[in-house]
Design a binder for this molecule. Structure first.
Ligand SMILES: C[S@@+](CC[C@H](N)C(=O)[O-])C[C@H]1O[C@@H](n2cnc3c(N)ncnc32)[C@H](O)[C@@H]1O
Length: 332
């Protein structure tokens, strides 16, 4: 088994002196640094990420880059399928968004929803708001769609006609809801919620509360979640142990046992349909020309490593309402 050769994961960890929440916030930096590295060697285009995160000098392993490629492609396909079904007459809530750049990319593609919301811890949001305000490439697209000359908000949030970023703790649902409503979240609109590597940092009870809150708040909705799966097997246990040794506890690993447990957390918390696919399966379904292009970027000697990593992450998506829109037909 290649398990011991490179025990890489898509998570990062803070130093042992940091508290749990600081550790979780630290994962934002790691995800965006890995994405930035993959972008810098041509895996996909993202002209915005460089304005949020520095380029890491150290090379990332090819299986990590391919993993991020599959993750970004998979999530983007599902988001676009939702936008197509709703003809963009909808809202998107990216929860635990970190330095995600989807808003800017959708704007370039003329695919923006009525409103795009991002939520993360106040500390992360403060950093992101600072980048947005100080770089015209990031603030101009927001201002162009806004009816006023300046953007509302303070260090912890920013609100405009089509984009809002809010500093809030996803475990404190009354405050989260209050802040979203202040930024004109519209519960009547078809709503897409996205959590990319986020739920695993909350206890199963906390993530179930968030999933249930989402189901009870929006009549027509879809939820996309990307995170670990098959964590009960040997490789999964090694991933957990490696992270724990680096003071990073995956508090929410319990629902990450299997594709079934991933779906079940939605079906038992108010969602009507749920689908899940591991990332190896998703990778095999990506357009062949695109896969050949990225596979020619770097030589990967240990295909087993890629397979091990990709079978330990999955995309899960759930829907409720939306039969007229055909939301339950959405797939990767
Ligand atoms: C691994 S990062 C992923 C960031 C982004 N979704 C991506 O994939 O690039 C996890 C993010 O979730 C955020 N997060 C985790 N728990 C949270 C909570 N309880 N409230 C707000 N944000 C949270 C972290 O601060 C971090 O930005």
């Amino acid at each position: 088994m290649a398990t011991n050769l490179r025990t890489t994961t898509f998570n990062s960890c803070p130093s042992s002196t940091e508290t749990d929440d600081e550790g979780v916030q630290g994962t934002c930096e790691d995800a965006s640094i890995c994405k930035r590295f993959a972008v810098s060697i041509g895996y996909w285009d993202d002209p915005y990420l460089q304005h949020f995160v520095r380029l890491c000098k150290e090379r990332k392993a090819p299986e990590i880059n391919r993993g991020y490629f599959a993750r970004v492609q998979g999530i983007s396909q599902l988001i676009k399928a939702f936008l197509q079904k709703t003809k963009c007459h909808c809202q998107i809530l990216n929860l635990g968004a970190g330095m995600d750049t989807t808003f800017w990319i959708l704007k370039d593609q003329d695919l923006l929803p009525d409103k795009y919301f991002e939520v993360d811890f106040p500390l992360i949001v403060t950093r992101k708001v600072h980048s947005i305000r100080s770089r015209p490439l990031l603030s101009k697209p927001i201002l162009e769609l806004h009816s006023e000359d300046s953007l509302q908000g303070d260090g912890h949030m920013l609100d405009s006609k089509r984009y809002a970023i809010i500093g809030a703790d996803l475990r404190d649902l009354p405050t989260l809801e209050e802040k979203l409503k202040k930024c004109n979240m519209n519960a009547q609109l078809p709503t897409l919620l996205v959590t990319e590597c986020v739920l695993v940092y909350m206890t199963p009870e906390q993530s179930a509360n968030l999933i249930r809150w989402a189901a009870s708040s929006f009549e027509t909705a879809m939820f996309i979640s990307y995170e670990q799966v098959n964590m009960d097997d040997r490789f999964g246990q090694i991933m957990i142990e490696n992270l724990r040794r680096r003071q990073c506890d995956l508090a929410g690993v319990e629902p990450c046992k299997s594709l079934e447990s991933q779906k079940e957390r939605f079906l038992s918390n108010g969602w009507e349909t749920a689908s899940a696919m591991n990332m190896m399966e998703l990778y095999s379904r990506l357009p062949q020309a695109e896969v050949s292009r990225i596979e020619s970027l770097e030589f990967l000697d240990e295909l087993e490593l890629l397979e091990q990593l990709m079978t330990h992450y999955c995309l899960c998506w759930a829907t409720r309402g939306g039969s007229k829109l055909g939301l339950s037909e959405v797939t990767c």
